[in-house]
Design a protein around this ligand. Structure first.
Ligand SMILES: [Zn+2]
Length: 321
């Protein structure tokens, strides 16, 4: 048995469009990684079999001895019971119901395994090695195709009584707002997600919103000075500042880290105006200057590194016994 210090964590992060597998050492250094389009919806056992093959191949190609791998960390979107290792549903993987995913990973890899929700894993990654080091409470606010968050309080994921805490995307910020996927109107997600930004740009007559459902096209047009796109960005900042102010009042977080395609990709346009808007909106009794609002430092590696942290901090005891 290798000691954990010389060991490697096998890490997997399955997103909506991209998947990432990697081998990470105890210090958080990614010794090998492979990014590829997310696998199509397949049966859980088949997905795990493919992931096993992929990670083994990655280790081999990088010249890393598989005997050094001590555990598996897995991050993905979905509803899950992390302690029992059961994924109740996973929107990116099709119609899964109550899948004992941790057991499948253990069986395939013949190693201990942990699973985590993607926003929580990213929050853990940023707290460990990224923009949120030393910050507690910490919120990782994901703004992409959807809007969600991972919240750490006292160094632990805030889950709520059955795992649904952090759904900031479905807090209503505009009673007369557009319909949301959840059935309500005016949810934060229905206004500042990538598709929502593109839709508002279309409604504002910006050419950037016409062809594709892409917030990035709107951001590009704004960078080029398109007035309609700039107005959409300014409105996005105001809408987002309501959500961020709500987070501040609810949690008094030390740091709010922005991630996801919009939060990360649009940070050059959104971040500084957002800080000003939140500062204007938040109550005078709140020490806003002491709250860090920053873009993700780890970018697309945040979830992978969060998965590695799980191996080093939650599995090492299990491994040692
Ligand atoms: Zn909603």
């Amino acid at each position: 048995m290798q000691t954990p210090d010389s060991g490697l964590a096998a890490c997997i992060d399955i997103g909506g469009s991209k998947a990432l597998v990697g081998l990470v050492d105890r210090g958080g250094k990614i010794l090998a990684r492979e990014r590829y389009p997310s696998p199509p919806g397949v049966e859980p056992a088949e997905l795990v079999r493919r992931l096993g093959a992929r990670v083994h191949t990655l280790a081999g190609a990088a010249g890393l001895d598989w005997q050094r791998v001590v555990g598996v960390g897995y991050s993905t979107a979905g509803m899950m019971d992390v302690e029992r290792g059961i994924i109740f549903s996973s929107p990116n993987q099709g119609d899964w119901r109550d899948v004992p995913f941790m057991e499948l990973l253990k069986r395939e890899f013949q190693l201990p395994a942990r699973i985590e929700m993607d926003a929580n894993a990213a929050a853990i990654g940023e707290a460990w090695l990224g923009a949120g080091q030393g910050a507690d409470p910490l919120v990782f606010l994901v703004i992409g195709t959807g809007v969600g968050s991972g919240i750490l309080v006292n160094g632990r994921v805030l889950r709520g009584w059955n795992g649904t805490a952090g759904e900031i995307g479905h807090t209503v910020i505009d009673l007369a707002g557009p319909a949301c996927n959840c059935g309500n109107k005016g949810c934060l997600e229905s206004l500042v997600s990538g598709p929502a930004i593109a839709r508002r740009a279309r409604q504002a007559g910006s050419p950037a919103g016409e062809d594709e459902l892409s917030a990035e096209a709107v951001f590009q047009a704004a960078r080029a000075g398109d007035p309609a796109a700039l107005a959409v960005v300014a409105e996005t900042v105001e809408l987002l500042s309501i959500g961020v102010t709500n987070l501040i009042h609810l949690l008094n977080p030390k740091a709010i880290i922005l991630g996801g395609g919009v939060g990360q990709g649009g940070a050059d346009l959104l971040l500084e105006p957002l800080k000003k808007a939140v500062s204007r909106r938040v109550g005078s009794w709140v020490d806003f200057d002491g709250t860090l609002i920053a873009r993700s430092q780890l970018g697309s590696d945040a979830g992978l590194l969060g998965a590695a942290w799980l191996v080093w901090n939650e599995l090492v005891k299990e491994i040692a016994t």
